[in-house]
Design a protein around this ligand. Structure first.
Ligand code: MN
Length: 231
C-alpha cells in the first residue's frame, strides 16, 4: 500500500500530485474549505506544502515594508495549523516555495518580503517560464538531508542549478531549522530540521520535473520517510 500523502490545494496542483505518485505515494488534496487540520493530519502519512501567494507579513509580526501583494489569510491559517499538527506528530513534511515559507513562519521564522527591494544586487529569482528553466545555482551543505538526497545530482562543490519563481525568501530561519542551501547571492534556498525525521523546505520547484525526473530523489526520499513511519 503506498503511503497516503496530503498535498495542500493550489493552482499548479497536478505537478505536485504527479510527483508524489511517481515517487510511490498516494496523494490526497487537502482543501481548506473541506478539511479540518487535525483530522486531515490524522488521516495521512506525510504533508506536502505547495506553492502560491505570499504569506501575510502579520503572521511574522511585520507590516508590509514593500507594496502589498495579494494574500490568502484563510490559506495561511489552514496551512500553519497543518504544520503545527504535523510537526507535533513528528510527521514528514516537504515544503516547496511558498510551502517552505509557510513552514518557516509557522515555526517562528521571518521572510524577506521582496528580494529585489530588500537585497539589491541579488540574482534574478523570478524566472517564470518555462517552468523548468534553470535560473541559478544553489550551494548545498555537505552532510545535510538535502545533500544526501541529491548526491547523485551534485557537481563538484556540492552545487546544482535550479529553477526559481519566488520574490520572497526565508530571512530569519525558525530555530528548529538549519539553512542547508543558498544561492550564490546568499538567498536561502533550503531549510531543514537537522536532528529528527524528515522536515525539509526548498525554495525552487522540483515538482515541475516529474516527467524527466531531475529532482525525483527528493520526493522519493520523502515518500520513503513517510512509508517507514511507524506511528
Ligand atoms: Mn531562487
Amino acid at each position: 500500500m503506498p503511503p497516503i500523502i496530503g498535498v495542500t490545494s493550489c493552482r499548479q496542483l497536478p505537478d505536485y500530485t504527479e510527483s508524489v505518485r511517481r515517487a510511490g505515494g498516494e496523494p490526497v488534496v487537502l482543501d481548506l474549505t473541506k478539511d479540518q487540520p487535525a483530522a486531515a493530519i490524522a488521516a495521512i502519512k506525510g504533508l506536502v506544502l505547495t506553492g502560491g501567494t505570499d504569506v501575510d507579513p502579520a503572521r511574522y509580526g511585520e507590516s508590509w515594508r514593500v507594496p502589498a501583494t495579494p494574500t490568502e489569510p484563510e490559506r495561511d491559517e489552514f496551512e500553519m495549523a497543518l504544520v503545527h499538527a504535523a510537526a507535533g506528530a513528528g510527521m514528514p513534511i516537504l515544503g516547496i516555495c511558498r510551502g517552505m515559507q509557510v513552514l518557516n513562519v509557522a515555526l517562528g521564522g521571518t521572510l524577506v518580503q521582496d528580494i529585489a527591494t530588500e537585497l539589491p544586487g541579488s540574482l534574478e529569482h523570478t524566472v517564470p517560464t518555462p517552468h523548468q528553466a534553470l535560473a541559478h545555482e544553489v550551494w548545498i551543505t555537505r552532510g545535510s538531508l538535502l545533500w544526501t538526497l541529491m548526491q547523485e545530482k551534485l557537481a563538484e562543490g556540492d552545487s546544482c542549478r535550479v529553477n526559481s519563481r519566488h520574490h520572497q525568501a526565508v530571512k530569519q530561519a525558525a530555530c528548529a531549522f538549519e539553512v542547508t542551501a543558498t544561492a550564490p547571492d546568499g538567498v536561502v534556498e533550503a531549510i531543514e530540521c537537522g536532528t529528527s525525521g524528515f522536515c525539509l523546505g526548498v525554495q525552487w520547484h522540483p515538482e515541475n520535473y516529474w516527467r524527466t525526473g531531475e529532482f525525483r530523489s527528493l520526493f522519493e526520499g520523502f515518500i520513503e520517510a513517510c512509508a517507514n513511519r511507524t506511528r
